[in-house]
Design a protein around this ligand. Structure first.
Ligand code: ATP
Ligand code: MG
Length: 291
């Protein structure tokens, strides 16, 4: 996998304006086929790295995907995970919180779904919804059962801090966090919604609620910009992935995951003298059976 000419990581502390980031960027790749080949190679390397991660059993990897509707979260997950060993990975979709979940702090349901050591966990949406949909729709915040005195104008800043601390904590516990924002344009979303209406096998994906949410596009842009600006940190930077071309966003996401996984430098466990002796003994026993 040759490196893409651009690193999509957002430097910590930088203010983000989405209008300056092109959703249609393809790094000069003209052909979907070319990108497809690179994606295949990337997925092979990802599988090898996952094998070492699993064998070493020390680090966990948490992959977070956030985006507007129809940006391609689901299909990115499908493509990227297709090459992984299912035993070593898991995916979880965060929906509107249940009654039980609303009885707890917002990270409660996150904790229950974190990947264990050696595993790769993918979050389709995440606790970031707590500074996105919850911020765009005040009635969602009102529904969270917080003590009124704790709901002040500082609440978003406080949530950014809490999220950053939580991610630093996870990092210090051995979790590698990879956060992807799939940056799709409003026009491309319109086309994808129309495609869902055109194709009967895509009808199930269409929800009138998506059209309702689209009316809040500008509000979402603002809260996404705020979120990206405040929660891209040294230990857990955001990757802003151009997402108007699905073949490109898949490649860019795979490339980032492979690079960071390999950087972890996981190794197969080294055996102790006693363990090596046990292997020798096992070999002798098995070979003796032949005779
Ligand atoms: P997706 O669109 O991610 O593929 P989906 O279409 O299968 O998922 P939806 O029910 O449309 O399922 O998406 C999940 C919904 O749950 C979204 O509208 C999202 O904003 C909402 N949601 C997720 N987390 C929270 C949260 N913490 N508080 C309120 N709403 C949330
Ligand atoms: Mg949806």
């Amino acid at each position: 996998l040759s490196s893409l000419p651009k690193d999509f990581r957002l430097p910590p502390g930088q203010r983000v304006r989405l209008k300056h980031l092109d959703p249609g960027f393809t790094a000069g790749f003209g052909a979907k086929e070319e990108a497809g080949k690179l994606l295949e190679q990337g997925i092979k390397r990802m599988r090898a790295a996952q094998h070492r991660l699993y064998a070493e059993d020390r680090h966990a990897v948490l992959i977070i995907l956030q985006a507007m509707d129809a940006a391609g979260k689901d299909s990115t997950i499908a493509h990227v995970m297709a090459g992984l060993n299912p035993l070593g990975c898991q995916a979880y979709s965060f929906k509107t919180p249940s009654t039980e979940e609303l009885e707890h702090d917002f990270l409660w349901r996150t904790n229950r779904n974190l990947p264990a050591r050696g595993r790769i966990g993918i979050f389709n949406r995440s606790y970031y919804e707590e500074v996105l949909v919850v911020r765009v729709h005040p009635e969602v915040l009102a529904n969270e059962k917080l003590p009124p005195g704790l709901v002040t104008k500082e609440i978003w800043q406080e949530r950014f801090e809490d999220i950053n601390c939580f991610e630093r904590y996870l990092t210090r516990q051995g979790t590698l966090i990879l956060k992807f924002f799939l940056n799709v344009s409003k026009e491309e979303q319109r086309k994808r919604f129309l495609a869902r209406l055109d194709k009967p096998q895509k009808h199930w994906k269409f929800s009138p609620a998506d059209i309702f949410e689209r009316r809040y596009w500008d509000s979402y842009v603002l809260v996404y910009e705020e979120m990206l600006s405040h929660t891209s940190t040294k230990v857990a930077p955001w990757y802003v992935i151009p997402a108007d071309h699905k073949w490109f966003s898949r490649l860019a996401v795979a490339e980032a995951i492979v690079g960071r996984l390999e950087e972890l430098g996981c190794e197969y466990p080294k055996l102790s003298k006693a363990q090596r002796a046990a292997l020798k003994a096992a070999r002798r026993a098995l070979e003796a059976e032949k005779a």
